[in-house]
Ligand binder design. Structure first.
Ligand SMILES: [Mn+2]
Length: 313
C-alpha cells in the first residue's frame, strides 16, 4: 500500500489496537504512540497493546495509550514488526488477524492483510509521519514520539540509513517540540551499570577475519554480576561497530541458557541482513538480528560461518 492508500484505509477503521515488537525499541514504541494519538485525534478509539518487555527508557511514550484490559479491537495494526515471530507473547493471538503493517524492514514477511513498506526509510517513524500528515495536524503530542522513533533508529542521525529526508522530517518535528532533553537522555547518558558492562565487553572482545570482524558477548553471567536491567542492556549491540579497523560488529546476547540473540552491524562489505537471514532472522543491510538456539560458543561459530558465506560472492 502507498502512503495515501494507507491513510485512506486507516480513516475507515475504528477500535484499533496497535502492536509493538519484542524487546521494544524507540522506533516501534514512538511510531505506535504517534499513530495511536493521530487516530484518537480523528475521534477514533485506538490503543497500544501493553508490551511487557518495555523498558523505563520508552515506557513514558506508551503509557498514555495503553489499552484497557477489556478492550476488544475491531482492527489490529502492527508497527515496525518484520515477522510474526517478533510479536510479543500477548500479541500472538492476533497473528492471523493483523489488518495493516507499517514497516521499513526489507525482510518483512508480508504476514499482514495490507503492508505499507518503505525499505528506504531510516525508521518506521518516517513512514508513520507521512501517513499522519494525510490524516490530521501533527501536534507536539504526535511530534515527540515520532522524533524518538526516528532519532533512535538512525543513531541520532549518524547511521548509514540516515537520509536527507530523515533530516527534513526531523526538522519539521523540531519546529513543534523541544528535543534537547530527549537527545541528552537517549544519546548522551549511560547508567553506571551500562558503562561497567561496556568496559567488560570491550576487555573480552575477540577479532576475526584479519581483524575486520569483532565479536562482543553479553552472557547471562555478566548481566547477573552487574544486576543489569533491560534498560542497561538495550542498544548495547551498537558498541561493537565502534571498533576501529572493523566493518562487522557482532554482539551475542544470551537470552536464556541455550538461546542467543545475535545482532550484526556492518559496513558495505558485509550484508548483515543476509547473514541474519541464514540464521533465521532478518533486518536491514547494515543492521540485522536473529535469535539462535545453542551455546554462546556454538552460536558464535555459526554466525562467523554465515559472515564468511555472505561475503564470499
Ligand atoms: Mn525500526
Amino acid at each position: 500500500m502507498t502512503i495515501s492508500e494507507t491513510a485512506a484505509f486507516l480513516k475507515t477503521l475504528d477500535r484499533v489496537l496497535i502492536l509493538t515488537h519484542v524487546r521494544p525499541d524507540g522506533d516501534t514504541v514512538g511510531s505506535a504512540a504517534a499513530l495511536c494519538r493521530a487516530l484518537q485525534d480523528l475521534g477514533k478509539e485506538a490503543f497500544l497493546l501493553d508490551n511487557p518487555e518495555i523498558t523505563s527508557t520508552y515506557a513514558p511514550y506508551a503509557a498514555p495509550y495503553r489499552a484497557p484490559e477489556d478492550f476488544t479491537p475491531a482492527y489490529v495494526v502492527a508497527v515496525d514488526i518484520a515477522a510474526p515471530g517478533l510479536l510479543p507473547e500477548n500479541a500472538k493471538r492476533y497473528v492471523n488477524s493483523i489488518a495493516l503493517c507499517v514497516d521499513h524492514h526489507p525482510s518483512n514477511t508480508g504476514y499482514a492483510r495490507h503492508t505499507c513498506l518503505d525499505a528506504a526509510a531510516a525508521a518506521a517513524g518516517e513512514i508513520v509521519y507521512a501517513i499522519i500528515r494525510e490524516l490530521t495536524p501533527v501536534t507536539p503530542a504526535i511530534a515527540l514520539p515520532l522524533y524518538v522513533a526516528i532519532a533512535t533508529d538512525c543513531g541520532c542521525f549518524q547511521y548509514a540509513n540516515t537520509t536527507a529526508d530523515t533530516h527534513r522530517i526531523a526538522a519539521e518535528l523540531m519546529a513543534l517540540v523541544d528535543v534537547s532533553a530527549v537527545n541528552k537522555a537517549l544519546f548522551r547518558t549511560k547508567s553506571k551499570v551500562r558503562l561497567a558492562m561496556e568496559s567488560r565487553m570491550v576487555a573480552d572482545m575477540e577479532l576475526f577475519d584479519a581483524d575486520r570482524v569483532v565479536v562482543m558477548q553479553i552472557p547471562l553471567a555478566l548481566r547477573e554480576e552487574f544486576h543489569a536491567t533491560e534498560a542497561d542492556i538495550e542498544e548495547l549491540s551498537s558498541l561493537a561497530a565502534l571498533v576501529e579497523g572493523t566493518d562487522c560488529g557482532i554482539t551475542l546476547r544470551e537470552l536464556q541458557p541455550g538461546t542467543v540473540k545475535i545482532s550484526v552491524r556492518s559496513g558495505p562489505r558485509v550484508d548483515a541482513c543476509a547473514v541474519c537471514t541464514m540464521l533465521g532472522g532478518g533486518g536491514h543491510r547494515a543492521a540485522a538480528g536473529a535469535t539462535v538456539q545453542g551455546t554462546m560458543e556454538q552460536v558464535k561459530a555459526a554466525v562467523l560461518r554465515a559472515v564468511a558465506q555472505a561475503t564470499e560472492g
